[in-house]
Design a protein around this ligand. Structure first.
Ligand code: SF4
Ligand code: SF4
Length: 400
């Protein structure tokens, strides 16, 4: 799965909180509904992006859920109130049952999204998915430059395939999101990236600066852009936005800043166990797709139904509300705005998931973020020296 940058669910799924709570049975009033289900169907992927947000040890995860198990998960989540489903991975196209899962989700009333690298997509599959009722397709690119794209993807054919499939998606009249994870190796080409997206008739372009989880965290030194690079990229994006708006052009540009250059953290997942539910390939249920790394025994859909998992399980209640917060968050006036930031980032950088996210200027660990920014000023690591996301590296890193 690509790092989406924003780390927050699609706003289209975020209905007014009051309405969510009114729909809840008594005794569960304070817990929102899992409006957004991210179905990570597989960790298999033909590409090797060095910023992939999949866990480092993906190669030693358990067996994938079968079709019947996914159909049960999809149905249970819908009964709990889920309104949007994202089919992701790894590369979800490697699953032979994808059209069936899409069809059943649509029949149940979900808004359905396919989040894909485009590798493995064909005109026939697009037609099959359209017949099954797929609403929306997001294709990710690594760069606007063919050579850089293919080097980052670890495939000499990736760029040509992505171009062909982006055109095919539009030819089938789909609303299309193109996603570019930007970092120090491609962010200076932001104008060429935007030009490519306009040429491909993208409806939305997500220019998501790399967020440092999974493989991106491992490669942070080689990926984190400098502040100067970011500011230029944002300025160029704003100039394009103004131009597109003046022309009445329908393409919308979304620019996501990396939190490493902020002084306050993002309200991660709009709050732990608040509206976002991820189910991983082996059935582990998570409040966000990065949470697997936390030292918490998260529940599995093979052992429990989703109602139990969402409302009762330790993992989904661990960081709900505010009672778990230590200082400085506990007495902070901003805690209802950002919920203390990201638990995964707190764990990765400080070793304790309950700490304030070090991105926050009030965190005693904020110096770690400042150090990373300073390192970015002097980093010279070329693309070839990044650690690529593949089975061999996953087994080596996880010691299997
Ligand atoms: S390797 Fe790349 S394409 Fe494959 S799942 Fe990871 S980010 Fe997505
Ligand atoms: S101290 Fe905690 S709650 Fe306050 S702004 Fe920082 S992260 Fe947010």
């Amino acid at each position: 799965m690509q790092s989406t940058g924003s780390n927050s669910p699609d706003e289209a799924a975020a209905q007014p909180r009051q309405a969510q709570q009114q729909a809840l049975p008594s005794g569960e009033e304070k817990i929102g509904l899992p409006l957004w289900l991210l179905a990570e169907l597989t960790y298999r992927c033909p590409l090797q992006c060095p910023y992939c947000s999949n866990p480092l040890d993906f190669a030693r995860q358990g067996a994938e859920l079968g079709t019947d198990e996914w159909l049960r998960v999809i149905s249970e989540a819908r009964q709990l109130g889920a309104a949007q489903i994202g089919f992701s991975g790894g590369e979800p196209l490697v699953r032979a049952d994808l059209a069936d899962l899409i069809g059943e989700s649509r029949r149940l009333g979900y808004y359905t999204n396919l989040i894909t690298s485009g590798i493995g997509l064909t005109e026939q599959k697009i037609a099959d998915f359209q017949r099954a009722g797929l609403d929306h397709i997001q294709i990710s690119f690594q760069s606007s430059d063919e050579q850089v794209n293919n080097m980052l993807a670890g495939s000499s054919k990736a760029f040509a395939q992505k171009l062909a499939m982006a055109r095919a998606v539009k030819a089938h009249d789909y609303p299309m999101v193109l996603n570019f994870v930007t970092h120090r190796h491609n962010i200076d080409h932001i104008d060429r990236i935007i030009e490519l997206c306009i040429a491909l008739e993208a409806d939305f372009v997500e220019l998501a600066t790399c967020q440092f989880y999974g493989w991106a965290y491992l490669n942070r030194e080689g990926l984190l852009p400098t502040r100067e690079q970011l500011e230029r990229a944002e300025r160029v994006t704003n100039e394009y936005r103004d131009r597109l708006a003046a022309e009445g052009h329908p393409c919308k540009l979304i620019f996501v800043m990396p939190d490493y250059y902020e002084e306050r953290p993002k309200p991660c997942m709009s709050g732990w166990g608040s509206l976002f539910l991820t189910v991983t390939p082996d059935g582990t249920a998570l409040p966000c797709h990065g949470a697997r790394q936390l030292p918490i025994a998260f529940p599995n859909v093979r052992d429990h139904d989703l109602r139990h998992i969402w409302y009762e399980s330790f993992g989904f209640n661990r960081f709900r509300g505010r009672d778990w917060m230590p200082e400085p968050c506990r007495s902070c006036s901003e805690k209802d705005k950002d919920f203390g930031g990201c638990r995964c980032q707190a764990f990765m950088l400080t070793g304790d998931a309950a700490n304030a996210d070090p991105v926050c200027g009030k965190s005693p660990h904020h110096g770690l973020i400042v150090d990373a920014r300073n390192e970015a000023l002097h980093a010279i690591q070329p693309i070839q020296q990044l650690v690529f996301r593949n089975d061999k590296n996953s087994c080596r890193i996880s010691g299997t």
